[in-house]
Design a protein around this ligand. Structure first.
Ligand code: AQP
Length: 337
């Protein structure tokens, strides 16, 4: 582990069987890139998952499945630390300290809570869902992360993390690194294929609007082909006037490494059908080996669990050190054993 590198930390929820294209392009691609330049920690955030009801057997299976998909995406356990959040109890412990530092009004301003509680019904929203962003603060600060690769929807939570790190440092003395969000402008928000004005989301998108990476490739191809575009025929990137086509161009450009301007040139005079057919082929070529690699990891649970156990040990060593320092600064009496 190269200590001279900046640190990166990010987490992903095991709340659906399959990751979707927004998760991959908005976040996971950056996880893979940052393992080359950063001392990177990536976690499957099962503590966050239970902020909404979960079936225990499904949660267990989805946690392994999430780890398998991260590895299939290109995370290399020799280059980064991959672990399950609940295997590192320091997350919940620092989470409590951070809860006690956060204003009620401050937490109430988190738009994701407002959206999700509105969706689940205010009476059914849990206190855990309300304090979710504060646990996320602890996730990040425990590793002294410099950069947090996430999608645009997480920007407000990273702002809260920065505020709380500053507050703690100001009140108790320098303890935490104040992190920066690492959001790639082009792919920070991938849009729903049926409503390209809202983000692709596992809880809000209709089945036709979301590309689930583990779906049969031909199902995903069909979704691309029936993506909502507009009444013109010109293939041009214009997020405001042509959000559907722009979303398809972003996906195409990122999966193939082709500049959007080059795609615009390539499809000049051709209709949306040509773009969609080609993009659906590009997608099939990408998801087919991804699904196979995921199955390989799932087919060898001993190896997968071994990777996660090693990851938890590495994560715990860092997290325990930060927590001990934070506990001491707050004024907790050290336990004598
Ligand atoms: N549409 C998206 N575009 C870009 N990035 C996205 N992310 C999620 N959707 C998009 C990023 O994926 C990472 C993991 O997200 P998560 O574990 O918080 O999953 P999620 O937020 O539960 O995923 P969804 O689909 O957005 O679910 P809902 O809507 O149910 O909450 C994060 O970095 C996120 O920014």
């Amino acid at each position: 582990m190269a200590l001279d590198r900046p640190r990166a930390l990010s987490g992903i929820q095991p709340t659906a069987g399959s990751f979707h294209l927004g998760n991959y392009l908005g976040a996971i691609r950056q996880y893979v890139a940052l393992q080359e330049t950063h001392d990177a920690f990536y976690t499957v955030v099962d503590l966050h998952a239970i902020t909404v009801p979960q079936d225990p057997a499904e949660l267990r299976a989805n946690s392994r499945l999430a780890a398998a998909q991260l590895l299939a995406s290109g995370l290399d356990p020799d280059r980064c630390t991959l672990f399950i959040q609940s295997h590192v109890p320091e997350h919940a412990q620092l989470g409590w300290v951070m809860n006690c530092l956060t204003g009620f009004g401050e937490a109430s301003r988190m738009t994701q809570f407002k959206d999700k509680s509105a969706k689940h019904g205010a009476d059914r929203a849990t206190v855990g869902l309300f304090t979710y962003p504060i646990l996320q603060v602890a996730d990040i600060l425990l590793y002294q992360a410099n950069h947090v690769p996430v999608g645009e929807d997480q920007r407000q939570h990273i702002e809260l993390t920065r505020d709380l790190a500053d507050r703690f440092n100001g009140r108790f003395g320098e303890t935490f690194t104040v992190p920066e969000p690492y959001i790639v402008k082009e792919t920070g928000k991938i849009y729903d294929l049926q409503d390209p004005t809202v983000k692709m989301s596992k809880s809000a998108s209709t089945p036709k609007g979301i590309v689930s990476l583990l779906d049969e490739p031909k199902v995903s191809a069909k979704k691309i082909k029936s993506a909502v575009t507009d009444l013109e025929t010109e293939i041009r990137f214009d997020e405001e006037k042509k959000p559907g086509v722009s979303n398809l161009l972003t996906i195409y450009s990122t999966l193939t490494g082709t500049a959007i301007a080059e795609l615009e040139r390539r499809y000049e005079g051709k209709g949306y059908g040509a773009l969609k057919t080609d993009l659906s082929e590009v997608l099939v070529e990408w998801v087919t080996p991804f699904r196979e690699r995921t199955q390989e990891y799932l087919g060898d649970p001993a190896t997968l669990d071994g990777i996660l156990a090693k990851g938890a040990d590495k994560a715990r060593a860092v997290a325990a050190e930060t927590l001990a320092d934070a506990y001491d600064k707050v004024g907790f009496l050290p336990a004598v054993r």
